[in-house]
Write a protein that binds this ligand. Sequence first.
Ligand code: AMP
Ligand code: ZN
Length: 456
Amino acid sequence: MLNRLSLYDTKSRQNLEVQDEDGLVKIYCCGPTVYRPAHVGNLRTFLLADLIKKTLELNGLAVKLVQNITDVGHMTEDVEEEDKILSQSALEKVDPFSLARKYELIFHNDLALLNIAKADLYPRASESIALMHELIAELLKKNHAYIGSDGCVYFDAKSFPNYGQVSGNRLDALKPGHRYEYTEGGAKRFHADWALWKIATHRTEMIWDSPWGSGFPGWHIECSAMSLEYLGKRIDVHVGGIDLRFPHHENERAQSDAITGTDTVLLWSHGEHLLFEGRKMSKSANNVLLLSEVIEGGYDPLSIRLAFLENRYRMQMDLTWSAISAAHTTLKRWRALVNPYRNISVANNAEVLETINKDLDTPRLISLLRSAEKDMSRTSEEKAALFLYADKVLGLDLGRQEIIKPLPNDVAETLKQREIARREKNWEESDRLRKILESNGLIIKDTAATQEWEWR
Ligand code: AMP
Ligand code: ZN
């Protein structure tokens, strides 16, 4: 039996057992850039950290999870690079710090709606500038960094011989034409070097004094600074979306390891991207779904969580409205099964633990539950016990009682009219009324004898 969680490690390209020190596992997860509400794609990545945490806890381990808030230094991918926070604050005509706090709050609300457990700490980049200064000074002292001809401080990529092991992008194969985040106009020694501290030049907001002049930090140094400060020189699992493999995590690794002198991160875990209705979900592709829109559509936000869990975190996944709707219906059915037994004592279930311990095989776990649900040889109480145990990781509130909204009078009347139309075999009228009922949030199921309905 697998009695430890193993996860796919991007660097070694194999499954590794998650390590602990005296029963404590330390996890760092790259957090949101708070210039807009996180889309559900971002939330899929944050769910990955939550699944790792909940699984480790089910294995009896303690977890310390740190997730940063990026509120400075993350530049847009346009030719004219701009800080994402500053460009949005200009658009919304609000102070950049207020803007960042507004979206940070939405991020926390979204996590709560998805039952994503709170991290132990959410340090903000803008409040960690002194930590970054310390690291930059040390990197300069150790000759891993230098001051470019434009006064900015750069990391010397060639000074870190293991560069590229997370993403497989070897330094000698990286071509100069590739964009490396910062248009420094030839001030760097080597095209793959990156900025640790940028001089303010024309920028007037979100700048800080530093030993190298007034300016602002590069994006990658914040994660080294915060992870080393709050988790120490050994990080058991580092989590992020697959796009962060390069350059963000490659650069973070070089910075952190140059400081600690060891392989700081033991396991790099990356979640694959979410697509929506067939296309990559991103703001730039104008293909974004927000959790608030799912709720406005009348769906339980945890339908999104279930829809995600039906897919392996390491596979690209195409989310559709019909998958959300199907997950919503499944949730209701499962809660109806489990709720009457919500207070029974729940024993450990070796099959569940073994399944989830195998690189978070949530699709298999869900199909295990589906088969149990149909299994005539098990009592409802036995089924509920299994579901409640699995729910410690799945986080779907399966013990919850569904509150059935009463039918408004006009909707009840339409239902009655449709019943009559069906009896009279007036299919055109019955279809017309079905559409009205559906637009009021009802799901209609016709049987030979009658029409059944439920709230979506
Ligand atoms: P950001 O707020 O842009 O810094 O991104 C926050 C997290 O979301 C990062 O770990 C990204 O890798 C991840 N991410 C971005 N787009 C997607 C997507 N479509 N699907 C899953 N994760 C994503
Ligand atoms: Zn990061």
